[in-house]
Design a binder for this molecule. Structure first.
Ligand code: C5P
Length: 297
């Protein structure tokens, strides 16, 4: 018997970053939107805990106990006094180390899959608790849709979305380390007064109304200067996407994936074609958001 769970990627439509906290994390106002690129996590009873991964970027995924899927299985087993003897297989379609919460998706997916396999019947609250221990973005991977994340991003308030948005994602060669991007943010903002991060009312209204032009006008990512500083070539990708008719383009989370919001499906295809031909990115994906959170298949 095995259980498979499908989990979406995310884009941050707003990522407002505050100053570094004593624990090294940053307070955020993080508006997450789940999008239709998915990893699938299949859990099967086995002699001992192991992880395998398939997909074009599988070679970049760690298969030891640092993998968030393995950590999720261990955390749930420990809380319930169970033996985490399972094989976890990740069918990876979300860009690795791309700022799209691919690792977080695998953590949330493994947790939901193990809960179903073991019949632990953990409450939603307990699952969200474990997710928050695993990483700041993991709770959102569980819930999907759209949500405002505060604290270090783990405290979620679900948001209403009044329509479907068309996105194009351009992946880059090589990932960017999230801690490195935050460190660069700290370096770039040293000595500058950083206001408390707050969600933009205009942006939340644009999401609620499904107003793509208003959303495009309010997209923002405070980590973008840091990501561009570490990877200046991302500016070329952003310029190509905008020139091809994207309403807006920004770095997704800590990057290096860039995200482009298009007016409609046709415009998204046009932007994708131009990005592919530009030679400024590795692969290009077209999808929509919002997408559902972790779902047992
Ligand atoms: O929570 P997560 O493990 O995903 O965070 C990875 C790293 O990103 C942290 O170790 C920290 O360096 C940085 N981070 C941060 N502030 C946040 C979230 C993440 O500084 N709110």
């Amino acid at each position: 018997m095995s259980v498979t769970v499908r989990v979406p990627a995310k884009v941050n439509v707003q990522l407002a970053v505050g100053g570094a906290r004593p624990d090294g994390f940053h307070d955020l106002a993080n508006v997450f939107l789940a999008v239709g690129l998915y990893d699938e996590i299949t859990v099967t009873p086995a002699e001992e805990l192991s992880v395998t991964c398939s997909g074009p970027d599988a070679g970049q995924v760690p298969l030891d106990r640092t993998n968030l899927a393995a950590r999720a299985a261990l955390a749930l087993a420990e809380r319930h006094g169970l033996d985490p003897a399972v094989h976890l297989h990740i069918t990876k379609d979300i860009p690795v180390a791309g700022g799209m919460a691919g690792g977080s998706a695998d953590g949330a997916g493994a947790l939901v899959a193990c809960d179903a396999l073991w019949g632990t019947h953990a409450s939603r609250e307990e699952l969200l608790d474990i997710c928050a221990e695993l990483g700041s973005d993991v709770p959102f991977s569980l819930v999907g849709g759209a949500a405002l994340g505060t604290g270090r991003g783990e405290k979620l308030t679900p948001l209403e979305v009044g329509g479907t948005f068309h996105w194009v994602f351009a992946t880059a060669d090589g990932g960017l380390s999230t801690p490195a991007v935050y460190r660069e943010f700290d370096r770039l903002t040293e000595g500058v007064g950083i206001p408390e991060p707050t969600a933009s009312e205009e942006l939340l209204t644009a999401l609620a109304k499904g107003d793509v032009n208003a959303l495009a006008a309010t997209l923002s990512n405070d980590l973008q200067p840091a990501a561009l500083s570490l990877r200046p070539s991302l500016a070329d990708t952003l310029a190509e996407g905008r020139a091809a008719g994207a309403l807006a383009g920004l770095v997704s989370g800590s990057g290096p994936t860039t995200a482009f919001l298009a007016a409609d499906a046709e415009s998204a295809r046009t932007v994708a074609r131009a990005l592919r031909e530009s030679g400024t990115c590795r692969t290009v994906r077209v999808t929509t958001g919002p997408a559902a959170g972790a779902t047992v298949l």
